[in-house]
Design a protein around this ligand. Structure first.
Ligand code: ATP
Ligand code: MG
Length: 293
């Protein structure tokens, strides 16, 4: 459903342009309907940049992003199928308006023909779908709601569209443990309904368990991807091993892992810099130091 092909993002940096920074470099992966894919990697590895490109919030420099064949540049036709939820739910609301204004904006953009009464009923149904009481949350200002409630309202807003893909970027990191479980259960429900979810996180202990597949990002490139149980259970790339070993201190420098010496997978044939070590389990050449390529 979601398809990234050789996607690159180059940011211009510095006051007078000229300098550039490649945050994402030739990334390809897909998300199927009814599947959660987690995108993991240390801080600065390019996870949010990928999420923002998928959501059309920042332009793609190279390569292509499509949802069921519709490219992100198609605009409305694409956005009605793709929505995002972010780490800080407060920043998605304007504090001077009631929180349910986000629903009104969806109606104005996408469903101008729907009557007010029908729309209100749809909104209440979506709010109940995220296990909130419409009577309690609708009509309130953002500061009168909790982070978890605002987060769930954003998911409810997404449900009002003909959603195929939800991009969830660090959505659980601000929430307390029990609210976090609620939000994760909600994602599991969306998956049951056939939505695809891209779950962006560096919180490897929670959430990733929802994901069938995991994509590991390092310095803007995919170093490993495959079934979550394989990637976590038998990581092929030294960076993945380091990431998993460093769960309580994710920002340890990469160099700590020591240089990889042998390249077990080089013989497997290359595809976008990744080798299919086992069916469906890809890794970058694990022995870059010695790899003659
Ligand atoms: P975190 O886990 O901390 O959220 P991330 O993997 O989401 O990290 P990104 O936010 O995608 O990382 O950033 C990737 C790189 O791109 C970083 O080095 C960052 O400094 C850089 N970057 C992000 N946004 C911009 C921008 N607008 N202009 C220039 N560089 C940027
Ligand atoms: Mg980020």
């Amino acid at each position: 459903m979601l398809q990234l092909d050789n996607v690159t993002k180059v940011y211009k940096v510095g006051a007078f342009g000229g300098k550039t920074f490649t945050a994402v470099d030739g990334v390809s992966f897909d998300v199927r309907s009814g599947e959660v894919v987690s995108l993991i990697g240390e801080s600065g590895s390019g996870k949010s940049t990928i999420g923002r490109m998928i959501l059309g919030l920042t332009p793609v420099t190279g390569g292509s992003i499509t949802v069921d064949g519709v490219p992100v540049r198609a605009g409305k036709e694409y956005y009605r199928h793709v929505q995002g939820v972010f780490q800080d739910p407060f920043s998605c609301y304007n504090p001077v308006f009631k929180a349910d204004r986000v629903f009104q904006l969806i109606k104005e953009s996408y469903y101008p023909e729907v009557s007010r009464a029908d729309w209100d009923e749809r909104v209440r149904a979506a709010v109940r779908d995220v296990r909130l009481d419409p009577g309690q949350v609708l009509g309130r200002y953002p500061h009168q709601l909790s982070g978890g409630q605002l987060q769930r309202l954003l998911i409810a807003r997404a449900l009002l569209l003909e959603l195929k893909l939800l991009v969830a970027d660090e959505i659980t990191s601000m929430l307390d443990a029990s609210t976090r479980i609620d939000v994760l259960n909600l994602l599991a429900e969306l998956k049951e309904r056939g939505l695809g979810v891209l779950y962006v996180t560096h919180d490897l202990s929670l959430g990733t368990y929802l994901a069938e597949r995991t994509v590991v990002l390092r310095h803007g490139t995919v170093v490993e991807m495959g079934l979550t149980e394989k990637v976590f259970g038998d990581p092929l790339h030294p960076y993945t091993r380091q990431l998993l070993a460093a769960v309580p201190r994710l920002h340890a420098p990469w160099e700590d892992a020591g240089p990889a010496t042998d390249c077990r997978y080089h013989a497997g044939g290359a595809s976008g810099g990744l080798f299919e070590a086992e069916p469906g389990h890809f890794t970058a050449c694990a022995g870059l130091a010695d790899c003659p390529r």
